[in-house]
Unconditional design. Structure first.
Length: 340
């Protein structure tokens, strides 16, 4: 096994490749035997890429994921359109291929999120289509301090309107992978999310979350939110204007939106500063068929570049982390960091 760093300026991702292609290495066996080394690499780099191991089918990918984690997570409460292929595997996203998907930490607006993301490329796009990455530690470090402090102090309120089967965006049935309203309400109650059913059985959601978090293993503070992605200004100008016209300028009716925790509007200039800072740290590591990428969902955010041609990338998620786990660094974590 040989290693290299794809982008040394951003220090990610760490790439694992076989020393020789003459004999196919059993990646599942290697990962099982070297789990501690993979864990250490993820804590340092935030993402690792396995290239040249021929993981070219859904079955091989699922077997690899299960060999590395028995705690497979679902995508319940997710806001990206995707198809559930089996109990473990989803399509990565079915968002129109001509659009850029801004970088984000999966489910950071929710009460609980996956610890790790596993991606596998079965078919690489003809042009574009990379899963873009950026280090959330570096993003926080380079953001304007006054903007970070305002986000820390006020927090973020995420607003979502989920239709009952007909409308823009996802339905609540798709989002929660059920048609049972009691199941949905129990989930929302546990996650600390407020809800209200509409007369047409649509669902309005509201949840206040922090803007930063401390990694539960390393104790490092990271920029961890989706305010810039939930806000309608994330869309191209013409789409943004069309949406505001469609909803008569009433932001509370948009499929999703983000405001400060006190209900005040987040200045668009601040959101643009966040987007520009993220853009400065993007690593555009293009896919090759058979690639497997593992991402620490708190240390590294991810997105998708526009593409042409066919593209098939699968995703699985593992582990579960909640806000009680990341509220503040533990003393032993800080001493360990100082020791390094």
């Amino acid at each position: 096994m040989k290693t290299s760093v794809f982008d040394s300026t951003q220090n990610l991702p760490l790439i694992f490749e076989p020393e020789t292609q003459e004999e196919q290495m059993d990646l599942r066996a290697w990962c099982t035997q070297n789990r501690a080394f993979i864990d250490e690499s993820l804590a340092k780099f935030g993402a690792v890429l396995f290239r040249g191991f021929g993981i070219g089918t859904e079955l091989k990918f699922e077997q690899l994921v299960r060999s590395m984690s028995k705690d497979i997570s679902s995508y319940v409460d997710g806001n990206s359109p995707r198809t559930k292929l089996n109990s473990s595997i989803y399509t990565s996203t079915e968002y129109p291929q001509e659009f850029f998907i801004s970088l984000h930490n999966e489910l950071s607006y929710a009460g609980q999120w996956p610890e790790r993301l596993f991606f596998c490329c079965l078919v690489a796009a003809e042009h574009g289509g990379a899963t873009a990455l950026a280090d959330c530690r570096q993003i926080l470090k380079h953001l304007d301090v006054s903007i970070v402090n305002e986000f820390r102090e006020k927090r973020i309120k995420y607003l979502r309107n989920l239709h009952n089967g007909t409308g823009f965006g996802q339905s609540w049935q798709q989002t929660f992978e059920t048609t049972d309203t009691n199941t949905v309400e129990n989930f929302l109650r546990r996650s600390g999310t407020d809800w209200q059913w509409g007369a047409d059985r649509s669902l309005h959601l509201s949840g206040i979350r922090p803007a930063t978090a401390y990694h539960p293993l390393t104790g490092e503070e990271v920029w961890f939110n989706q305010a810039d992605q939930f806000h309608p200004s994330t869309h191209p100008k013409e789409v943004y204007e069309m949406m505001m016209m469609l909803y008569d300028g009433k932001r509370e009716r948009l499929p999703q939106n983000a405001v400060f925790g006190d209900g005040s509007q987040i200045p668009e200039a601040a959101l643009e500063h966040v987007r520009a800072t993220v853009a400065e740290h993007i690593v555009d590591c293009g896919w090759q068929p058979g690639d497997v990428l593992i991402v620490d969902n708190m240390l590294v955010c991810h997105g998708r570049m526009p593409f042409t041609g066919k593209r098939r990338v699968l995703v699985a998620m593992s582990g579960a982390v909640g806000w009680d786990d990341v509220a503040r660094p533990q003393p032993e974590m800080m001493s360990n960091q100082e020791g390094h």
